[in-house]
Write a new protein. Structure first.
Length: 97
């Protein structure tokens, strides 16, 4: 998950740099036309939206993983208790035979 977060932060940083470049070219009278600028901004917003969705998916996956880990821990505890009970039941049975 840390690798995903690192890549997401890098992507956001690159998007910010691109937006600054686009804003600089549009205000500085650069060679970028209004159509091209609109197209670039549209792509940037789509990428930001996809990044936001992926972050949300990551949070959901982390919550699900935490819930599963909690469930596994509870099942392991229950399993341990049942093994302990079985051990004592076997001893009692052997003593009565």
């Amino acid at each position: 998950m840390e690798a995903f977060e690192r890549r997401a932060a890098e992507a956001e940083e690159r998007l910010s740099l691109l937006e600054k470049k686009v804003a600089g070219k549009s205000s500085g009278g650069g060679a970028m036309s209004d159509e091209k600028l609109a197209e670039v901004l549209s792509v940037l917003y789509q990428v930001r939206g996809a990044l936001g969705k992926e972050k949300n998916n990551q949070r959901l996956a982390e919550r699900k993983q935490a819930a599963l880990e909690k469930s596994v821990k509870a099942l392991e505890d229950e399993n341990s208790k049942l093994k302990y009970q079985i051990l004592h039941l076997k001893r009692n049975l052997q003593e009565r035979m």
